[in-house]
Ligand binder design. Structure first.
Ligand SMILES: [Zn+2]
Length: 317
């Protein structure tokens, strides 16, 4: 009996240490004076990361804290609050959700539980879509992909809609909202958030680095190109992609922008020669050698070529 208890105790310590290591891996990194980003893992939601995969942001103002995209589960939201408290004890006064994909906003639940009066800002389309089914669909999707590790997550919706070029003051800091140019890019629910004081912009999933993303039917690759060009032209100091490392425009905007431009050029050429998407792929693949090592490249590139071809066909009609 005693032996079994001892073994159980040792096992518990090992599991506890492992759990702590996984937790501890995700701390906020300082990217500007009072701006922090917790760069999430590049892979999709799974039992190991328990649904945490995005880049939550933290801006510490004089009178309160602003959080951008507090993660994809209730548990992630709680981890973000715990990591935040190692930096500041100030209250969270506002949250911004960049778009409707649940890996960016299901963590709202933990923030609202601790700070019931917090304002949560998002695009009006994001709020409408989240409430009319996308929220519940993402809760189920997270639960399936993490094999139950996201249990307890409940869709907690934004409270305020945010408009293009609207300035919002929160925690003593000033923010400016930027919508997608042409209205649609990664989705039709995106906002980008500029923190004016530090010349930082949170791009949402309009930008990826070292990882590929999905273009679903609500997206527009031409819109994504225009939006990234717009973001680059803002000439800011710090760019935070939805996934992958932050940096200046060269590090965090240009890689995905150039990827999209190569896809666009190759598909345009292929379309003019009446080629199908699978016939365009081999030449495009060669031109995209800088991206072969990006997480998810193999699974995404064919779909991206197909989507770009449908967009170019539609533009030609
Ligand atoms: Zn997304």
């Amino acid at each position: 009996m005693k032996k079994i208890s001892l073994i159980s105790l040792i096992l518990l310590v090992i599991i506890g240490a492992w759990y702590w290591c996984v937790f501890d891996e995700y701390k906020f990194a300082k990217i500007a004076d009072n701006v922090y980003v917790m760069h999430g893992p590049l892979e999709g939601p799974n039992p190991e990361n328990r649904g945490f995969m995005n880049n939550p942001g933290l801006i510490v103002g004089k009178s309160g804290v602003v959080i951008v995209d507090p993660g994809g589960t209730y548990g992630t939201g709680k981890r973000i609050l715990a990591a935040m408290e190692e930096i500041t004890k100030k209250p969270v006064v506002a949250v911004f959700n960049t778009h409707v994909h649940g890996d960016h906003w299901l963590g709202n639940q933990a923030i609202v539980q601790r700070y019931p009066n917090v304002r949560i800002y998002a695009h009006k389309n994001m709020i409408a879509q989240a409430k009319s089914g996308e929220g519940k669909r993402w809760v189920k999707l997270m639960n399936d992909l993490t094999k139950g590790a996201s249990a307890g997550t409940i869709a907690t919706y934004p409270t305020n809609s945010a408009k293009h070029l609207q300035t919002i003051k929160a925690g003593g800091e000033y923010f400016k909202i930027h919508h997608d140019i042409n209205g649609v890019a990664h989705t039709n629910t995106d906002i980008m958030l500029e923190h004016i004081g530090s010349k930082t912009i949170f791009l949402g999933d309009n930008a990826f680095v070292n990882r590929q993303g999905r273009f679903d039917e609500s997206s527009n690759m031409h819109g994504n190109i225009a939006t990234l060009q717009y973001a680059q032209n803002l000439d800011l100091d710090n760019y935070v992609p939805g996934h992958g490392p932050s940096g200046n425009a060269k590090i965090a905007v240009l890689p995905f922008l150039n990827y999209l431009r190569i896809i666009q050029n190759e598909v345009k050429k292929g379309y003019s020669q009446d080629l199908a998407d699978y016939e365009i792929k081999p030449t495009a693949h060669k031109k995209l050698s800088a991206y072969h090592r990006w997480h998810g490249y193999e699974a995404a590139v064919g779909k991206h070529i197909g989507k770009m071809l449908r967009e170019i066909e539609a533009l030609d009609e």
